[in-house]
Design a protein around this ligand. Structure first.
Ligand SMILES: Cc1ncc(COP(=O)(O)O)c(C=O)c1O
Length: 338
């Protein structure tokens, strides 16, 4: 195997196996192991026409001690259940989700990158409607798959800030729509805005609440947080995904003596933050250098020298240390693969 572990992108590399199971006649089958990257499906499957699909994203890390640790499997299992409820799909039992994650990682153990590379193994569970249906109705049959693929460190040149932009003509989700679920349709709906932002030199779109455009929602595929007066502030909204990284950072912030506020965050408050960041599984924290409001020409600047703030750096290092096993897992977030 000839993989340059330190220079992997967030792409797709074939691994040895994936695991699968099926929902039919009201119950989930046992897990199957497959070495095929393909699947056959009916052309009228509800996933293809009506996006009846939910997915998850989590990671496995190899520690200095050689052990593999997986971060917060149970939280991802619960969030997938919530997404299933949101799209009228049968919930996958949490124990089956956990078993599938562990099997998929173990079967592909040789693809878990070495500690020194700063890379990790990305785990992608996906659940979707497979039975034929032309009317807009839920499927009667479903498939659940987990595949894994090694991914590189998010920050190749070290922990860095990037600029974000506000584009009011796009929403990623409706106020009472599916923004709180991890479902494919939200991501298809974000592609045009994302491309616009990239073409303009920004790393991501910074979304305002879709109803009034007065409050902060989230940043691309990550939650937002701002830091001021020793307080970690993050938006509460009916159209953002409940990020597991954000939930963890809130607990970490409290553990180091910070206050935590989860509430509506008005756009104007951006000018009062000492630091700001986007958080998610991909980067843990992606510190924000500035946010340009392209409709009003106002720029909110969080880093004058382009470097990440001290609190962002501290939280980032702490969470990564738990994930890689460098620091004790006092919160019980990590599953060690035996
Ligand atoms: C829209 C969106 N928001 C936030 C997040 C962050 O969630 P998590 O920390 O669970 O990865 C993600 C996924 O990474 C996402 O797709």
């Amino acid at each position: 195997m000839n993989i340059d572990w330190s220079n992997l992108s967030f792409g797709y590399i074939k691994t040895d196996y994936n695991v699968r199971c099926y929902y039919k006649d009201g119950k989930w089958s046992a897990l199957e192991i497959s070495d095929s990257e393909y699947l056959t499906m009916h052309m009228a499957a509800t996933v293809l026409h009506y996006s009846q699909e939910a997915f998850e994203g989590l990671k496995a890390f190899r520690g200095k001690d050689g052990k593999i640790r997986i971060f917060r499997i149970d939280e991802n299992a619960k969030r997938m259940q919530a997404s299933c409820d949101g799209l009228l799909m049968p919930q996958l039992p949490i124990s089956l989700f956990e078993e599938a994650v562990l099997r998929a990682v173990k079967l592909n153990e040789r693809f878990v990158p070495p500690y020194e590379s700063g890379s990790s193994l990305y785990i992608r569970p996906v659940l979707f409607g497979t039975s034929a249906q032309v009317g807009v109705k839920a499927a009667t049959e479903y498939m659940f798959i987990i595949f894994v693929t090694p991914v590189g460190p998010y920050f190749k040149g070290g922990f860095q800030t990037t600029p974000f932009c506000i584009l009011r003509e796009y929403d990623r989700a409706a106020p009472l729509g599916t923004g709180i679920y991890k479902v494919g349709g939200n991501y298809a709906a974000s592609l045009v805005a994302n491309k616009r932002a990239h073409d303009l030199g920004y790393s991501n779109v910074f979304y305002l609440d879709p109803k009034e455009k007065k409050y902060i929602d989230e940043c691309g595929a990550a939650n937002f947080f701002g830091i001021k007066d020793n307080t970690y502030i993050t938006p509460e909204s009916s159209s953002i995904l409940p990020s597991i990284t954000n939930k963890s950072l809130m607990q970490l912030a409290e553990s180091i003596g910070m206050k935590v506020e989860r509430r509506g965050v008005p756009l104007e408050e951006l000018s009062t933050f000492e630091e700001a960041g986007a958080c998610g599984t991909a980067a843990v924290i992606s510190p924000i250098n500035r946010i340009d409001d392209l409709d009003t020409n106002v720029s909110y600047v969080f880093s004058k020298d382009g470097k990440p703030g001290k609190v962002c750096e501290k939280l980032y290092n702490k969470l990564r240390a738990i994930q890689y096993g460098d620091e004790a897992d006092t919160f019980g977030w990590v599953t060690v693969v035996e």
